[in-house]
Design a protein around this ligand. Structure first.
Ligand code: NAD
Length: 433
């Protein structure tokens, strides 16, 4: 089928490449000229495991352009995967989605389905359909369908090719059938529902996961006080199929482009409708304070960070991605710098983006974990990269001036540090040494 995708971020590009891998002819549109130039050469502008390879293999089915008119005019299906960032008041900013909708309305010259993958508040697709109908130039049928995206960064390609489910929200049969054809070769349960339900599935799922994390983090904080070990506790909980054993890792809170904004957007939407969604509000509050957990713990060892060498292992919001949006490192590193610390950061893929977000000459970026640790007075682990998890813990002792390791992601078993002379404090577990 002839498909266009608006936006080539984590969702748009992965969607476009995966659709091309199933034989569809896909034109990916972005407003960012530099990005488009890079993609034209078969290079992915974002880091996502397996994406570059799949993109290179399917270049014959892929076109990259900023020329939206040529892309939208004769596409049978147009996916919208542009950002819906958070506004100051917590609501979703729909400017980019509406920009694309307007461009489609002005360009479409044949019947088509506009498929909204961007996460949008419940009711948005109804409004978008009316908006497009008001603005459209040609006398053609333009349907709007909701098809929320559930991929997780770090496993985006796998999550798309083997999706847990494909939710299709439509108000009539035809767009539903067209989307069934688009996804015919994707092995995943397909669920056809009403548009508003599809929009809600996305928020309800993401916010539930955020809630699960915040719940575990609160239990972890209590474990520290009462002397229990959260890893043992969650292991015991996970055997219950009603709870499940995934997404039960305690840590310094969730980040990324989705959970923080989607919890706030749902909370905003509830209050806009004179409702209160208290569980989600609580998840947000817990997460906001959890991000500072390690820095608070560090005060036990140092009154302030003046002239201290601080090693940071991992700065992305999770492993497997170069994305830093809402990463705990972004709020913690500035505090350390303000306090006079010498900050050294190691991350396998995130440092370029960190440099852009926090341009500070004083930060030293390291090529290896060893380099970050040399002479350090304290080490913070913000991301559970495999390199960190596999790191020989004895080296913390050998390389650091004072071996104090504060692990925000519970990368190691406690026994690894017993009798090592390394102080190891993690989340929801007793401190060793
Ligand atoms: P992103 O910021 O990585 O990418 C958005 C892209 O859209 C950018 O490249 C931008 O230049 C481009 N763009 C903006 N206006 C455009 C226009 N008029 N035409 C064409 N391109 C345009 O965003 P993302 O992380 O891929 O997220 C996109 C949407 O998907 C959001 O609503 C997000 O909530 C949702 N989502 C994201 C994830 C995720 O893990 N990132 C998962 C599920 C759902």
């Amino acid at each position: 089928m002839k498909i266009a995708v608006a936006g080539t971020g984590y969702v748009g590009l992965v969607t476009g490449v995966c659709l091309a891998s199933k034989g569809h002819d896909v034109t990916c549109v972005d407003i960012d000229e530099d990005k488009v130039q890079v993609m034209k050469q078969g290079i992915s502008p974002i880091y996502e495991p397996g994406l570059s390879e799949l993109m290179k293999e399917n270049m014959e089915h892929l076109t990259f352009t900023t020329d939206y008119v040529s892309a939208y005019k004769d596409a049978e299906v147009i996916f919208i995967g542009v950002g819906t960032p958070e506004k100051q008041d917590g609501s979703a900013n729909l400017t980019y989605v509406y920009q694309v909708a307007k461009q489609i309305a002005q360009s479409a010259k044949r019947d088509c389905v506009v498929v909204v993958k961007s996460t949008v508040p419940i009711g948005t697709n109804d409004k978008l359909e009316s908006y497009i109908h008001d603005k459209q130039k040609a006398d053609v049928n333009i349907y709007v369908a909701s098809n929320p995206e559930f991929l997780a960064q770090g496993t985006a390609v796998k999550d798309t090719l083997h999706a847990s489910r494909i939710v299709i929200g439509v108000e009539s049969e035809e767009p539903g059938e067209i989307l069934q054809r688009v996804y015919a070769d994707f092995e995943a349960p397909k669920l056809i529902v009403k548009r508003r339900s599809a929009e809600m599935v996305k928020y309800a799922s993401n916010d539930f996961l955020a809630l699960k994390i915040s719940y575990v983090n609160e239990i972890a904080n209590l474990c520290e006080t009462v002397g229990a070990d959260i890893t043992e506790v969650t292991k015991g909980m996970g055997y219950d199929a009603r709870i499940g054993d995934r997404f039960l890792n305690a840590g310094i809170g969730y980040g990324g482009s989705c959970f923080p904004k989607d919890t706030k957007a749902l909370s905003w939407l509830a209050s806009f409708n004179d409702k209160e969604i208290r569980t989600v509000k609580a998840a947000i509050e817990v997460n906001d304070s959890q991000k500072f957990k390690l820095i608070k713990k560090a005060k036990k060892y140092y009154e302030d960070f003046l002239f201290l060498n601080v090693a940071i292992l991992g700065c992305t919001f999770k492993p497997g991605t170069d994305d830093l949006r809402e990463a705990p490192s972004l709020v913690n590193v500035p505090l350390l710098l303000e306090d006079g610390a010498h900050v050294r950061i190691w991350d396998p893929v995130g440092t370029d983006n960190f440099r852009k977000k926090i341009p500070n000459q004083k930060i030293q970026y390291c090529e290896s974990i060893d380099e970050a640790l040399v002479d350090a007075d304290i080490c913070f682990i913000f991301t559970e990269w495999d390199d960190v998890k596999k790191y020989d813990v004895q080296k913390y002792k050998q390389l650091m001036k004072t071996p104090i390791v504060l692990d925000g992601r519970n990368c190691y078993g406690l026994d690894a540090f017993e009798n090592t002379g390394i102080t190891y404090a993690s989340v929801g577990r007793p401190t060793v040494n």
